[in-house]
Design a protein around this ligand. Structure first.
Ligand SMILES: *[C@@H]1O[C@H](CO)[C@@H](O)[C@H](O)[C@H]1NC(C)=O
Ligand SMILES: *[C@@H]1O[C@H](CO)[C@@H](O)[C@H](O)[C@H]1NC(C)=O
Ligand SMILES: *[C@@H]1O[C@H](CO)[C@@H](O)[C@H](O)[C@H]1NC(C)=O
Ligand SMILES: *[C@@H]1O[C@H](CO)[C@@H](O)[C@H](O)[C@H]1NC(C)=O
Ligand SMILES: *[C@@H]1O[C@H](CO)[C@@H](O)[C@H](O)[C@H]1NC(C)=O
Ligand SMILES: *[C@@H]1O[C@H](CO)[C@@H](O)[C@H](O)[C@H]1NC(C)=O
Length: 289
């Protein structure tokens, strides 16, 4: 047992605690990210960043490193008031033509009308897997957390810890490709998408409300990091399957999570590409079973 009266042991213990806390604590923006579009529209306030959109530009940021599997979370407070036509995105993406990508896109709306959260999954360059959800809170009033849990078994999209979508790895049974061999960066942005975002593009951005502002904070990346210096995963991450997001308990949803996902689907799912027979007369393979 650790005895606080032993100065060497207690120092080691405190260092160990600090190490543990550091693993789960949120990081400042500049440690992990840099601005990658219109730096003059992104304000780093230390404990949070503000992305602004005006008639001149939107803006965005990206991670300095790339990752393969893990859990990534951020807290976001979306554009208040009339946000119609604006889209805030939080996503992961690999580079190159046959890219993999996981998206949260927050579609703005008129004052008092609900935001929609659109999620999508691209594998080897192919997306077209949109789902849209309403939220059970007003995402413009306060910060809420949005996360990706990405392991060998599934990609889970979570809102305040509640799973809203699971994209399972069915590669071996159905041949549907799963994102697993391309490292991804982590990105955020705010831009004008009034050609499609709000009520199918019918409602345009009202620039008299500009600048539009979205705030991000509490960045948490608990993921395997790729070293661009030597082209390998860093340290123990070369054996990613050992990591906590891949433990056997993580190969399916817990009973509680299944119930939560069922509740979300019943109450907040407003669009699912799997059920869109106009776009897909033959349901996509991953939608079966
Ligand atoms: C993040 O920035 C804030 C404000 O500048 C500072 O108080 C805090 O100590 C920083 N945290 C880390 C982990 O660097
Ligand atoms: C990924 O897409 C490219 C280009 O369409 C194709 O040539 C390649 O075979 C695909 N990869 C797999 C594993 O199917
Ligand atoms: C990685 O996967 C993609 C899509 O599955 C494929 O196109 C590509 O050839 C793979 N690359 C390697 C190095 O296995
Ligand atoms: C905006 O509000 C309208 C009316 O309530 C709703 O139909 C629509 O789904 C909402 N969201 C978007 C992004 O259009
Ligand atoms: C934009 O907002 C202003 C200020 O509320 C309002 O007067 C104007 O009618 C709005 N424009 C459109 C096209 O709705
Ligand atoms: C690769 O580089 C990283 C630093 O980016 C280092 O931590 C790691 O030990 C290196 N791995 C090998 C096999 O050299």
């Amino acid at each position: 047992m650790v005895s606080p009266s032993n100065p060497i042991t207690s120092t080691a213990f405190l260092l160990y605690l600090a190490f543990l806390l550091n693993l789960v604590s949120a990081h400042n923006f500049s440690e992990l990210f840099h601005s990658n579009w219109a730096p003059d529209h992104l304000v780093d306030e230390g404990n949070q960043i503000k992305l602004t959109l005006d008639t001149a530009s939107g803006c965005g940021f990206g991670s300095k490193r790339k990752y393969l599997f893990g859990k990534t979370s951020v807290q976001i407070k979306l554009v208040e008031g009339d946000s119609a036509g604006t889209v805030t995105a939080f996503y992961m993406s690999s580079d190159g033509p046959n890219h993999d990508e996981l998206d949260f896109e927050f579609l703005g709306n008129l004052s008092g009308e609900p935001y929609l959260v659109q999620t999508n999954v691209y594998v080897n360059g192919t997306g077209n897997r949109e789902q849209r959800h309403t939220l059970w809170f007003d995402p413009t009033m306060d910060f809420h957390s949005y996360s990706f849990l990405w392991n060998h078994y599934y990609v889970m999209f979570l809102v305040d810890g509640v799973p809203i979508r699971v994209f399972a790895n069915k590669e071996e049974v159905s041949g549907v490709l799963y994102p697993k061999n391309q490292t991804m960066g982590i990105y955020g942005s705010l831009w004008n998408a009034d050609d499609w975002a709000t009520q199918g593009g019918m409602v345009k951005t009202n620039w008299s409300y500009a600048p539009f502002v979205t705030t991000f904070k509490s960045f948490q990346i608990d993921a395997c990091e790729f070293s661009p210096e030597n082209g390998t995963m860093i340290g123990k991450c070369s054996k990613v399957k050992q990591f906590r997001w891949d433990k056997s308990a993580m190969n399916g949803l817990s009973k509680h999570q299944s119930q939560q996902l069922g509740w979300v689907r019943a109450n907040h799912l407003v669009y699912d590409y799997c059920e869109d027979t106009v776009r897909f007369p033959e349901p996509p393979k991953e939608c079966l079973g």
